[in-house]
Every structure is written in C-alpha cells, then in structure tokens.
Design a protein around this ligand. Structure first.
Ligand code: NAD
Length: 440
C-alpha cells in the first residue's frame, strides 16, 4: 500500500520506518527541512535504538522516502497517518491542537482522490468527530470519500521500534466498515502475528490512549505517595513495592518509587485529559487526575528540599552534580524531564549545578543553556558537594562508588531513582539518601 506519515518526530519517524519494514511504500512528511534531510540520509534526529538500521535498509530497498511537500504526499499515498505533536497549550492545561488541525486542513485541500486519513497523535476526546466534519467541509474529491479514523499509538521511547512492530494491541477508532478494512490491510503483517485488535467508535479509541497514560501516571504517583509514608515511618519503599507487585492484581511495572514521571507524553496528556474532563463535565475524573499530576510535581520540589538539607541547608557556594538529563534512560528526550527540572530549581536556589547524561546533553543544552554540562561522569563528580542520581542510566547504577568518592569534595549521594546498591555505596564511604528508603 502507499502510505504517508505526516510529522516525523519520535512517533512519526518510527511509524514511517516500521510501515516500510512491513512492506508498504512510505513517504514521511515534515515541515522541518533539517529533520527531513537527516532522515532521508538514513540518520535519526533523536536517540532511538534500532531506528537508524531500519531507516537505512528501507531507504535502500526503495520503500521509504521523505519530503517537506504535502502536495507530493497526497499525490503519492492513499492512507495518511497524522503524527504531529499535541503539546500543552501555553497558559492552559489543554492540548494545543493547532498542528493536527493544520495537517487535516492541508490534507483536505490537497487531496484529489479517495483516501483514509488516520490520526495517531494523542488528542482530547471529541477531536476525531470535529475533524471529520472539517474534512467533509474542505475536501472536494469526486470519485469517492475521504474517510477519517483514529488509531492511537502506545509506543515507548527507547523501545519504539519493537513496540510498533509487535504492539500489545491495536486500537482502531472507525465509523465505517471501509475504514476498518483499510486499517486491517495496512496492519495485516502485524495482525498475522496474533496481535489483539480492538475496534471502537472515535471517542472510545481516543480515550483508550489518554486513559492508559492516566493509569500509568496514577500507579507512579501512588507508589511515590507510599514512598513519602515509608520515609516518615522508617520503612523501605523498594521492599514494599516489590512485595506489592507480586500480587497479580497489582503487578510490578510502573510501581517503582522515585522522582516521578516526565517526558513528552505522560505529563501533558494527563493535563489535557484533566482539562477535557472539565470541559465535558466529568468532575470526579478532573479532581482525580489533578491530584495525580500534582503529587508528581510536588515530588520535584520535595526532592530539591532533601538535596538542600544534604548540602547543609543552603545551596549557596555548593556544587551539585545531577546525573541524568533525559526524562528516562535509553532516550535523549528532555521534554518535561524531572532531572532537568530539579537541576534548574537547584541552580535558581544558588547551587552551581553540573549535569551529565550519556545521550541527552545536546537537547538539554538547548533547553537550559545556563546549566554547566560535563563531558564525562568523572568530570561531573569532580569537587562535588552532592551527587544527585536523577535518571537511572545503567552507567550511573553500575559506577564504581570508591572511584567516584575520591573525585568529590564530599561523597554525598541522593538516589532519586532507587537504583544504586545502598550497602555498596555506603561501604565505599558515601553518605547516601534514597527517596522512600531508611536513612543510614
Ligand atoms: P514530536 O514533536 O517529536 O514530532 C512532531 C513532528 O511534527 C515534528 O517533527 C514537527 O516538525 C512536525 N510537524 C508539525 N507541524 C507539521 C505540519 N503541519 N506538517 C508536517 N509536520 C509537522 O512529537 P512526538 O513525540 O512524535 O509526538 C507526536 C504525537 O504522538 C503527540 O500527540 C504525542 O502525544 C503522540 N505520541 C507520542 C509518543 C512518544 O513516545 N513520543 C508515543 C505515543 C503517542
């Protein structure tokens, strides 16, 4: 089949490469000419394991190309996936839908033959119905309909390729048999693997995505609230969460206490969901989601307070090392990163902050140019008064505590991700504080 993927960021670049990998002819479209040139050269504009190989092999096989021209995409493809961003609006919790609206408008104006437009971006419930009306108003195609479907995406950055090629489930939000049949044809090689496929109306399909993210965020905020109780009671949240997770009804995943969630999706999606719940009068959902978000945000402030106590009650003339800038390991994504957030807060309170990350420093530098960035872990720890482990890269978890202790001014560690071996680090001379765990 001939497919266009519009918006080639984290979601779209991976989706385009994977659609080509399963045998389709794919054209990726973006307004960012630099990104398109990078992708067309078989390079990834961001860190995502396995993506470069997929880009290169499918470009070489002639199945994948890139353009900045919507006219080229509409002339080429019969199925158009919308993968543009839906960030948080400035000054509001709601999602900014201007990019999605612009793409749908441009598609409708350019299309000259029947097509299926498939939304993959995460949108507030009700968006697909509104966009369907927009397409009906703007598109003038005589030979057949321009249909719309919503097919939310659940990939995880760092595992995006495998999540796209072997997803847990596919969700098709459709309002016609023809749209469903086209989507089934697109995903046939993935359906043939036995992948669960759930067909729903537009609103339910849109909600599956935001409800899934809200549930994951809730699990994280729940265990972080338990970490607060553990600290107050002298208990150990890592043992607690392990024991809880053995209950099959609860499970271990997303039950790891730490510095909370961040990234380009969970925080803005939960806020957009909260805003939409309010708009449609779902007051209990609004109240609930607000608290999940606020527990997460307060945790960052509380962690900075713990750091301040560890450097003697004031950040002035103190050097703090922050290990990690990405919102999670195996990613260079720094959007709403808890690590960078606390780094910036500590700097504002007077600390001299040095940041290190194995992949995300170029992106971090763009967002927070006034923080200091160290080229290596050793350089980051040199003359430090406090080392804060803020993103759980294996590089930090597996570091040699004895070696690092010798580099610092004072070997004091705040493990905000609960990943280091407390006994080993304490044995190497470190004073260690871990969120939700007993103090030495
Ligand atoms: P992103 O910011 O990395 O990428 C968006 C891309 O769209 C950018 O490259 C931008 O230049 C491009 N774009 C903007 N306007 C355009 C236009 N008019 N025409 C063509 N391209 C245009 O965002 P992302 O992380 O890929 O997220 C995209 C959507 O997917 C969001 O709704 C997000 O919530 C959702 N999503 C993301 C992930 C993820 O892990 N990143 C997972 C699931 C769902």
């Amino acid at each position: 089949m001939k497919i266009s993927v519009i918006g080639t960021g984290y979601l779209g670049a991976v989706h385009a490469a994977c659609m080509a990998e399963i045998g389709h002819q794919v054209i990726g479209v973006d307004t960012d000419a630099g990104k398109i040139a990078t992708l067309a050269a078989g390079r990834t504009p961001f860190f995502e394991p396995g993506l470069a190989e997929l880009l290169q092999s499918n470009i070489s096989a002639g199945r994948l190309s890139f353009t900045t021209s919507m006219a080229e995409a509409t002339a080429f493809a019969d199925v158009h996936f919308i993968c543009v961003g839906t960030p948080q609006q400035a000054g509001s919790y709601a999602a900014d839908l201007r990019y999605v609206d612009e793409v749908v408008t441009q598609l409708a104006l350019h299309l000259r033959r029947p097509a299926l437009v498939v939304g993959k971006s995460t949108v507030p419930v009700g968006t697909a119905t509104r966009l369907k009306a927009l397409v009906a108003k703007l598109a003038h195609v005589d030979e057949g309909p321009v249909e719309l479907a919503w097919n939310p995406e659940f990939l995880r950055e760092g595992f995006a390729v495998q999540d796209t090629l072997r997803p847990d489930r596919l969700v098709f939000g459709v309002d016609s048999d023809a749209s469903e049949a086209t989507l089934r044809e697109v995903y046939q090689p993935i359906l043939d693997l036995g992948t669960t496929c759930i067909t729903a109306d537009f609103a339910t399909a849109e909600l599956v995505k935001v409800a899934a993210n809200a549930f994951l965020a809730t699990k994280i905020s729940f265990i972080n609230a338990m970490a607060e109780v553990c600290e107050a009671a002298g208990a150990d949240v890592t043992v607690l969460s392990n024991a809880l997770g053995h209950d099959a009804r609860i499970g271990h995943r997303f039950l790891h206490a730490g510095l909370g969630f961040g990234g380009g999706c969970l925080p803005k999606d939960i806020r957009a969901f909260r805003a939409r719940a309010g708009e449609i009068g779902a007051q209990e959902a609004l109240t609930f989601l607000k608290e999940v978000d606020e527990i997460n945000m307060r945790l960052r402030e509380r962690t900075v307070d713990v750091a301040k106590a560890l450097v003697g009650g004031s950040f002035l003339s103190r050097t703090v090392t922050v290990l990690g800038a990405a919102f999670k390991p195996d990613s260079d994504d720094v959007r709403d990163s808890p690590a960078l957030h606390i780094a910036a807060l500590m700097q504002l309170k007077g600390a001299s902050v040095v940041v290190h990350d194995p992949e995300a420093m170029p992106n971090a530098r763009k967002l927070f140019p006034t923080l200091r960035y160290a080229a290596s872990l050793d350089e980051a720890c040199a003359d430090s008064d406090l080392v804060v482990l803020a993103t759980e890269w294996p590089l930090y978890r597996d570091a040699d505590p004895e070696h690092l202790a010798g580099l610092t001014r004072r070997p004091v560690m705040l493990d905000t991700r609960n990943v280091i071996d407390l006994a080993g680090w304490r044995g190497a001379g470190w004073q260690v504080r871990a969120l939700g765990r007993p103090r030495a």
